[in-house]
Design a protein around this ligand. Structure first.
Ligand code: AKG
Length: 278
């Protein structure tokens, strides 16, 4: 479905007002996104902000307890958080970061919006996920949350979903880093290609990096969490985006709080798809 012209113009205006320019990404960065389907930005989160994000993450886990993550999804063996755009000014700069937005726009090449902003922390011996993309199969608890049931993307279709992973702790080989298969965003989804989606893939790569690194990933890339064997903390934030014509993972219009709406810019309101909510 082609985006209508006014939406393309609104998107360009929002990106520009959030600081995205033609030079935000280098040619090499664009090539990596096209060929590998992901890209790492080491040190994108400066140390003071990183500490504030870590502190808020832990504060929310403590405050929300057993309810943490329930707005979107809970996952055994992990701690999850959801609705982070409404849970602290410290998160405002995550889903609106110009580097991330430029990379997401490069992947999707069409107007998009924030789908959700979740947090995830695999616990010792937990966190393992089968190979998946974030489109043809949903890891949701109920069919109602699986917006895309039966809507299978074919290899010729545009890309519809992209995500950023904000590493709040070092991602090491043994604390449950995300695994990916470079280039697999152009393949059919793993359930059509692999008999055992839990198995290793010969071309798999572990996304490791120091705390403060941000990865941007085409969400059609085959990926999944691995087991946290060491038990060292591995907190991540997932600002996650979807082409504008599709539903969000978390309906922002339903959840947006007045204080969030009034604090953020019109461009951020557009990104969340909540313009005019109050
Ligand atoms: O946090 C990660 O390592 C990836 C999580 C993921 O792919 C998911 O929850 O669908």
């Amino acid at each position: 479905m082609d985006a209508d012209v006014s939406e393309v113009i609104e998107m360009e205006k929002a990106l520009s007002s959030l600081g995205v320019t033609d030079d935000t990404l280098t040619d090499e960065e664009r090539t990596r996104l096209d060929e590998d389907g992901y890209l790492l930005f080491p040190g994108l989160i400066e140390p003071g902000w990183l500490s504030a994000l870590q502190a808020r993450f832990d504060e929310l886990l403590a405050e929300e307890g057993a309810l943490a993550g329930t707005e979107v999804h809970q996952e055994p063996g992990t701690r999850r958080l959801s609705d982070l755009m409404n849970k602290g000014v410290v998160f405002d700069g995550c889903y609106t970061h110009p580097k991330v937005l430029a990379a997401i726009h490069h992947i999707l090449k069409a107007p998009f919006k924030v789908s959700a902003m979740n947090g995830r922390e695999p616990l010792r011996d937990g966190g393992f996920q089968a190979w998946h993309e974030d489109w043809n199969e949903a890891f949701f608890d109920s069919p109602e949350q699986n917006h895309w049931d039966g809507d299978y993307r074919s290899a010729q279709d545009p890309f519809y979903v992209a995500i950023s992973l904000w590493m709040l702790d070092d991602f090491t080989s043994d604390n449950g880093p995300t695994r990916v298969v470079p280039g697999s965003h152009r393949w059919r989804a793993p359930q059509f290609e692999m008999a055992d989606r839990k198995a290793d893939h010969p071309a798999q790569v572990l996304l490791t990096g120091s705390a403060g690194t941000v990865a941007v990933m085409n969400s059609h890339l085959w990926h999944g969490g691995t087991t946290n064997q060491s038990g060292a903390r591995r907190r991540v934030l997932h600002p996650y985006y979807v082409a504008r014509q599709f539903p969000q993972q978390e309906n922002q219009r339903q959840y947006i709080r007045r204080e969030t709406y009034e604090r953020i810019s019109p461009a951020a309101q557009f990104l969340l798809d909540v313009s005019g909510a109050y």
